[in-house]
Design a protein around this ligand. Sequence first.
Ligand SMILES: *[C@@H]1O[C@H](CO)[C@@H](O)[C@H](O)[C@H]1NC(C)=O
Length: 121
Amino acid sequence: MELKYLSFIVIFSLLAASASAATFGGRKALAPSPAAAADLGFTHLDIKDPKVIQLANFAIDEFNKAQSTNIAFSSLSEAIQIGKNFELAIAAVDNKDSNEYFFNVSVDKGVKKVTSFVKGG
Ligand SMILES: *[C@@H]1O[C@H](CO)[C@@H](O)[C@H](O)[C@H]1NC(C)=O
């Protein structure tokens, strides 16, 4: 789990090509510019897009079902699309604790599936 989490961070570090700062994983990190991301086969999605937020809520619902938890979606901090795979960094609240969760969600022919997740700090 720890290695997966690290590789997720490494990807973002590698993509840190623009000067605009965004909060990621509880840290201030450089957000990749959409253009730089597209060059590497990544598409940076608009975290305000209702469709992207809907996907994040789906991920949280699936997490709750799988973990028998009741965390609540709070906000989306990153959303990246790589083909059919969507990598989401989501802040969610568990009771009063806010945590960051990282998800991989695949969307194939309209079928959404959480393929992996990691709970951050
Ligand atoms: C999502 O998938 C990517 C590519 O396989 C992987 O590097 C990353 O660790 C995964 N993230 C999670 C939260 O499992």
